[in-house]
Design a protein around this ligand. Structure first.
Ligand code: ADP
Ligand code: MG
Length: 297
């Protein structure tokens, strides 16, 4: 059984970056307005939020497989407006790390602490804690040496990138990442907070999408390419292809469609989505082809 659960945890806890992604998504789903991320190294990090918190009694349930507070009926699945809905992330992470969750539910006066290591609950006790939740992942992959070997300290860069990715699509939330702070702001301001004050971009919008793109190549800048569908960071090869054909190399694209128009339940990591209606590609081509693009080589 231990082996089976380790395999099941494979995809979600496949990388430190994906683990951190799940924790940030949980904080946003909990309606946090401030999220604090501390990264000691790629196997030891912590996410603290000021969201609704987890009721004391439900702490052990949160790390059980397929338990989610976010969806209760099949109808809900086509109406998803939270990042999480599968109830697998904390379970998967708890299988391959030493996980410490501290939380206080908004309607309770006393908080709780739950410690899990390699899937075993070590302790569950009351503590005093400010409203919200803190999830500490330590010794990630301590019991999966093969996976551990796949990552070195360079992974820390990916951890920072995933924080910035969420900061980009949720400018209304304050993110604190070690010594960097992205205060709640407008989207335009958030883009500057993340990529630098001097960044210049054009903006085009239509009913279903908003795109920011750089018109000039700035020396030494890393490629900027982000696609969000309903505020979910995704890869969408079809769209990437269209943008590349239009010679748009650096872009931040927000696609907004009704939840029915997009299937997010494609992979456990939720980074692939299927758009039900690809007419949006034509819309994009029509709108952007009219613009003149400087070659960016
Ligand atoms: P999912 O997000 O798919 O529901 P998770 O395994 O990520 O599944 O989380 C399990 C449950 O734990 C969530 O449904 C939620 O009730 C609770 N939870 C996890 N993280 C937080 C958090 N930061 N704040 C409040 N509740 C949380
Ligand atoms: Mg989740």
């Amino acid at each position: 059984p231990e082996i089976i659960s380790k395999i099941a945890s494979g995809q979600i806890a496949s990388s430190p970056m994906n683990v951190l992604k799940e924790l940030i998504e949980n904080a946003i789903d909990a309606k946090a307005t401030e999220i604090l991320i501390r990264i000691k190294d790629h196997f030891n990090f912590k996410v603290t939020d000021n969201g609704i918190g987890i009721p004391y009694k439900e702490l052990p349930t949160a790390v059980e497989r397929f338990t989610t507070s976010k969806i209760s009926t099949i109808r809900d699945l086509s109406q998803i407006n939270t990042y999480g809905f599968r109830g697998e992330a904390l379970y998967a992470i708890s299988q391959v790390s030493h996980l410490t969750i501290k939380s206080r539910f908004q309607e309770e006066s006393i908080g709780g602490k739950l410690e899990v290591k390699g899937g075993k609950i070590l302790s569950h006790s009351p503590i005093s804690f400010s409203r919200g939740t803190s999830v500490l992942v330590s010794s990630l992959y301590f019991n999966v040496p093969v996976r551990k070997k796949c990552f070195d300290l360079r992974e820390k860069r990916n951890l920072k990138k995933i924080v910035k990715t969420f900061a980009l699509c949720r400018p209304e939330i304050t993110f604190k990442l070690d010594n960097e702070v992205f205060f709640a702001s407008s989207l335009e301001e958030r883009i500057r907070q993340i990529f630098g004050k001097e960044i210049t971009f054009e903006k085009e919008l239509s009913k279903r999408f908003t795109i920011f793109y750089l018109t000039e190549k700035e020396e030494g800048r890393r490629k900027i390419s982000f696609i969000f569908v309903n505020k979910r960071p995704v890869s969408l090869p079809e769209v990437e292809k269209v943008l590349s054909e239009l010679n748009i190399k650096n872009y931040i694209l927000f696609i907004n469609v009704t939840p029915e128009e997009v299937d997010v339940n494609v992979t456990p990591t939720k980074d692939k989505v299927i758009l039900r209606d690809f007419s949006i590609l034509e819309e994009m081509k029509n709108l952007l082809a009219k613009k003149v693009f400087l070659p960016t080589f």
